[in-house]
Design a protein around this ligand. Structure first.
Ligand code: PLP
Length: 408
């Protein structure tokens, strides 16, 4: 038996379907955001990064770097164990207090990533509710789907953001405990959930709500608590889950909720109990980022301005962007091979890095370039991007927005 051949065979369909993932090696330049050094085949080259989820550039904010380095010098790097075995460090306790305050909840629990917080959070919460029925939005992130699967609990999937579909499922099980899972902001299409309507239905049919705010924390609301806060619905949601790795520029994930719920997850979740705690310097850095964004609106304001400007400029150039009301700008290609080619050309010929988004991250036929402007993508960079995209669209004979509309 040649085991290695099995692995080679597993890669073949990915190549055949043009969705084999190629990682580009880059190193971001902290003092020159959004520039990065790309290890190109001919040597290091400076490129403009247009696809980072460090949405506000907080990973290189001076307060955040200072908090991290000062804490590292004081405590060392690693946490030294699971939360139970010496891992409950003061910076982690402070971070959890900060997060509970951010979301107006009694308690918060930090995990090693947003992925783990969903996977282990959802599976634990669902298992602790006898006869629980999970109602899950069809576009929920893989980490939520894995949480559902791991719970072993019955689930029903409702059509994306369709509250009438959700209500039919709720009404069909009036007496059963139900857990509604959704995201506040869907990161591939950049659309937003009808949070208040979902909460209305949860109240009417006696369901619990669990909302993933991973792409919204730091970005929306007066203190950066997310879309639910902006929409005045934060207090209506039972569990808010978020990440420290995107707008907060660090690493780690969390859930916030009532004291009993968080205590129960803390006490039962294998993905929390049996893994080393987040390093204290990282906790201090995340706390600094959260604290900064609680009081500073400047990063959000600039980011929103640049996102609006970028959309305006790309629409005027006839490029087929998906209309969104959020900071995410999806530029549709609709073919995996062309999407990869467009991304490769942008990098090699224009020094612009936007990775292709292909299946299974998005549905086949909806392949795209996902553009995420930061506060540092000014008008000059936006103009440069527009010109490069127009060239690439012509070179690859990709359809413009008006020809797509005309063909419908
Ligand atoms: N939830 C959503 C909606 C995501 O898009 C992601 C990752 O990108 C996660 C959770 C996982 O978060 P993290 O990157 O912190 O593991």
């Amino acid at each position: 038996m040649t085991y290695d051949k099995l692995f080679a065979d597993a890669l073949k369909p990915l190549h055949d379907e043009q969705r084999y993932r190629v990682f580009i090696e880059i190193e971001r330049i902290a003092g020159r955001c959004p520039l990065a050094t790309w290890q190109s085949p001919t040597g290091p080259r400076t490129v403009v990064l247009w696809c980072s989820n460090d949405y506000l550039g907080m990973s290189r904010h001076s307060d955040v770097i200072r908090a991290m380095t000062e804490t590292a010098a004081r405590t060392g790097i690693g946490a030294g164990g699971t939360r139970n075995i010496a891992g409950t460090n003061s910076p982690l306790v402070t971070l959890e207090r900060e997060l509970a305050d951010l979301h107006g909840k009694a308690s918060a629990l930090v995990f090693t990533s947003g992925y783990v917080s969903n996977q282990t959070g959802i599976s634990t919460i669902a298992r602790l509710i006898p006869d629980c029925l999970i109602l899950s939005d069809e576009l929920n992130h893989n980490s939520m789907i894995e949480g559902v699967r791991q719970s072993g609990v019955e689930k029903k999937v409702w059509r994306h953001n369709d509250t009438a579909a959700l209500e039919r499922l709720l009404a069909a099980e009036p007496c059963r405990p139900k857990l509604i899972l959704f995201e506040s902001l869907y990161s591939m299409d950049g659309d937003v959930a009808p949070i208040n309507r979902i909460c209305d239905l949860a109240g009417r049919y006696g369901a619990m709500t669990y909302c993933d705010e991973v792409h919204a924390v730091g970005m929306y609301g007066a203190r950066g608590a997310g879309v639910a806060a902006r929409d005045g619905a934060m207090h209506r949601i039972d569990v808010i889950e978020g990440t420290l790795a995107k707008a907060f520029g660090c690493l780690g994930g969390y859930i916030t909720g009532s004291r009993n719920l968080i205590d129960a997850v803390r006490s039962h979740a294998a993905g929390f109990i049996f893994t080393t705690a987040l390093p204290p310097p990282l906790c201090a850095a995340a706390t600094a980022a959260i604290r900064h964004l609680k009081t500073s609106d400047e990063e959000r304001r600039l980011q929103q301005r640049h996102a609006a400007r970028l959309k305006q400029v790309l629409v005027a150039a006839g490029l087929p962007i998906l209309p969104t009301s959020t900071h995410i700008v999806p530029l549709m290609v609709g073919d995996p091979r062309l999407c990869k080619q467009a991304s490769d050309l942008l990098l090699s010929d224009y020094g612009i890095y936007i990775q292709p988004i292909n299946y299974p991250t998005v549905a086949k036929g909806t392949e795209r370039l996902r553009i995420t402007p930061t506060p540092y993508h000014d008008d000059a960079l936006i103009g440069q991007l527009r010109d490069a995209l127009v060239d690439v669209w012509q070179r690859l004979r990709l359809p413009l927005a008006n020809s797509l509309v005309a063909a419908e």
